[in-house]
Design a protein. Sequence first.
Length: 136
Amino acid sequence: MPPLFPTQPMSRRAVAERGILYLSAFGACVGLVEIPLVATAVTTLLCMFVGAHANVSVKFLLTTAALMTLAEALAVNVTVHTYRYAHPAAFGVPLWVPPLWAMIAVFLADVRWVVDQLDYKRRPKARDSDVPATEP
């Protein structure tokens, strides 16, 4: 069973490959916004590929998608003078939004990994003089 939260990517190449999937999903949402069912199908498939590639549990993807879509539905419906979608499906939000939010969660985990890698490389290495002497 895969872990609940995204695991560390195995390599920079894995992050780069998922980057292509993220860009494809964003392009599908922007380019196919007038055809919401096709945008939903493409985004859902890409979300499944990202989840499988990142070794993320379905529970994490579904939870993230549900909570973030609920927050977006509140933003669209409760607040005054916010944005509206051209083709809303449920609660004023299109169907392609939940898989997109699930991918954004995995994307943020990838960004954190990249930042951690950069931070690790920038840390000064410990010198022998920095290590306190141990007493026998």
